[in-house]
Ligand binder design. Sequence first.
Ligand SMILES: NC(=O)CCC(=O)C(=O)O
Length: 262
Amino acid sequence: MNILVYQMDVIPGDPQANREKVGKWLEEQELHDVDLIMLPEMWTTAYTLPELDDIAEEPADSETVRFLKESAERYHVHIMGGSIAVKRDGKVFNRALVINNAGELVYHYDKMHLVPMLNEPAYLSGGEESVRVFELDGVKMGVVICYDLRFPEIIRSLALQGCKLLFIPAEWPDSRRAHWDVLSAARAVENQMYVVTCNRPGEYDGITFAGSSAFIDPWGNVLQKGSVEHEETLRQELELSNVAEVRENVPVFDSRVPSLYD
Ligand SMILES: NC(=O)CCC(=O)C(=O)O
C-alpha cells in the first residue's frame, strides 16, 4: 500500500483557505500509484478553540466532507481525512473522517480523550462511541486522534478487532515531542501493527508543534520521519504482509491471559 502523508502547516480559523491549500497540494502530487493520502488533526481550523462554536461544520452539511469526497473520487485515492471540528446538537466534536476512493465516507470517529493541557475540555465534547476498525482494500485499519496515543487500551482494542494499520492525525506540541516519538513506536511494537502519523508543524497561539510525522513498521522500525519544523510530504510503501510475519515470530496475541487482567 502506497501512502502519502501531508505534514501540513494549518492556517488558523479559515476552513476555506485550508481546503484550497489541500486542493492545490493534491493537484501538485503524482497520485497515479498512491492508494491513500493522510491529513493532520484539525486541519481546517487549527486549535482556534474559542472560534470553533462559529466555524465548526454541521456533519450533515459539511463543505469539508463534500470536498474530501469529491477529491477522493477525482483522484481515485482513499483519504484519511485527519480530523475537523464538527457541531452536533450544540456540541463541538473533534472528528476523524475516512473516505474511500469511490468518494464514500466509510468511517468517522469523535476524539474521546480531551486534552487538558490544550484546554480542549472547555470547548469540545468528547466522543461517546468506542473505536472500530474500518476496511479499505480488504485491510482492517483504525484511527485514533493525537492525545488518544497516550491510552494504550483503545489501540489494543483495535488490534483485537484485527487492525493492521493505525493512523494517528495530530497537533502534538514540540514541548512533548519525546513522548510522541516513544509512544507511537511503542504502540506499533506492542500491537504489532503499522503506525502512520501525521502531525502538523508550525506555530499557533504561542505553541510550536512537533511535525515528526512517521511511518513505523510492526517491528518498531521508523521507516521514515518528517522534519520537526517544516511542512512536508512523505511518501512510503508499506508491506502489509509483514504484520502476519511479526505476529508469527513473536506471538503475543496467543500468549495473552485476558482472564487475569480484562
Ligand atoms: N492535540 C492533542 O491531542 C495534543 C496532545 C498532547 O499535547 C499530549 O498528549 O501531550
